[in-house]
Design a protein around this ligand. Structure first.
Ligand code: ZN
Ligand code: ZN
Length: 320
């Protein structure tokens, strides 16, 4: 199961209900953080999204609303005696900026921090999944979107294999790996007794005009998380400031044939329920299965479906 949690869904400035951008993807005990706005570590603690599980950080671009939280986060990890190395991915042009945040007070870290430039394509491989990056269009600021993809896997179908005499065991493992095995002198092909199960795909795109690269990367995704900084009436501003409207995000979702679209990077100007409903209507008129993300919203995703819950705020424990 893949769990996507929204820690911050504001755009540019926080509001009383929306923190600056940060999203986690949890899979098989590993936690990946995408963007790290000011206060992200606090929101992780409050929402019980375990900091110690943090494996890697992916920063879409250098703008402060997406990166400023790194300064505090790496120091808290050090104070909590982290030993495992931490990889931080950021566009090449943002490298010196992130180093400044990491080093400005000459803090000493007992764990190693590896800042790695994003070059596009697959940038991180974990057990059973990978993360890839693709270029988007945020004007002069190099910016990347990210794809989390669970590995596709062959699944043995015992009933299909009944006539071959092949049963669960090491031979099945060999068949799934190699593509064929001999059973009682007969060749059994993988595609005859197994089916491919496609892994969950989640795409995160923020601070960009709608792009063909987004549509290509999000093809058939289970969840597309896309920025929606503006409503239709501010379309000119979206073009000028290199952001997207909610409806443009919906058009990308429709073209990519994703299962669900979650809008994020919501401007402080859309603070009332009425404003948000209107933003949502503009999107759902194009792509009905759209939601507006909220801070603390957590989505469990498997190939059988999704379930959305709101995480309670943790007031009991101060432990990381
Ligand atoms: Zn932003
Ligand atoms: Zn930006």
């Amino acid at each position: 199961m893949v769990t996507v949690t929204f820690l911050g869904t504001a755009g540019s400035t926080p509001t009383s209900s929306r923190a600056l951008p940060a999203l986690t993807v949890e899979y098989d005990g590993k936690l990946l953080l995408f963007d790290c706005g000011d206060g992200t570590q606090l929101h992780m603690i409050r929402r019980n999204v375990g900091l110690p599980k943090l494996s890697a950080v992916f920063l879409s671009h250098i703008h402060a609303d997406h990166t400023a939280g790194m300064a505090g986060l790496v120091r808290s990890l050090a104070l909590n005696k982290r030993e495992a190395p931490l990889d931080i991915y950021i566009p090449e042009s943002g490298r010196s900026g992130i180093h400044a945040l990491l080093e400005y007070d000459r803090a000493r870290f007992e764990y190693s921090i590896n800042v790695k430039p994003i070059k596009g394509g697959t940038i991180y491989k974990g057990r059973g999944f990978e993360v890839s990056a693709f270029k988007v269009d945020h004007g002069d600021t190099p910016t990347y979107g990210f794809v989390f993809k669970e590995d596709d896997r062959w699944h043995f179908m015992a009933e299909k294999a009944a006539s071959t005499g092949l049963k669960e065991g090491p031979l099945v493992g060999e068949l799934l790996k190699k593509g064929s095995v001999k059973v009682n002198g007969r060749l059994v092909l993988r595609e005859d007794v197994a089916e491919m199960r496609y892994g969950v795909k989640v795409v995160y795109v923020t601070d960009t005009r709608p792009t063909a690269s987004t549509v290509a990367a999000a093809r058939d995704a289970d969840l597309l998380v896309h920025e929606a900084t503006y409503a239709n009436e501010e379309h000119d501003l979206a073009v000028k400031r290199k952001h997207s409207t909610a409806q443009e995000a919906a058009k990308s979702a429709q073209k990519a044939k994703v299962t669900m679209l979650a809008l994020t990077h919501i401007s402080a100007r859309y603070g009332t329920r009425k404003d948000l409903m209107s933003l949502l209507r503009e999107a759902t008129s194009v792509f009905p299965n759209t939601i507006i993300a909220k801070d603390g919203m957590s989505i469990d995703i498997t190939k059988d479906g999704m379930s959305i819950k709101m995480l309670k705020t943790n007031k009991v424990s101060d432990k990381l």
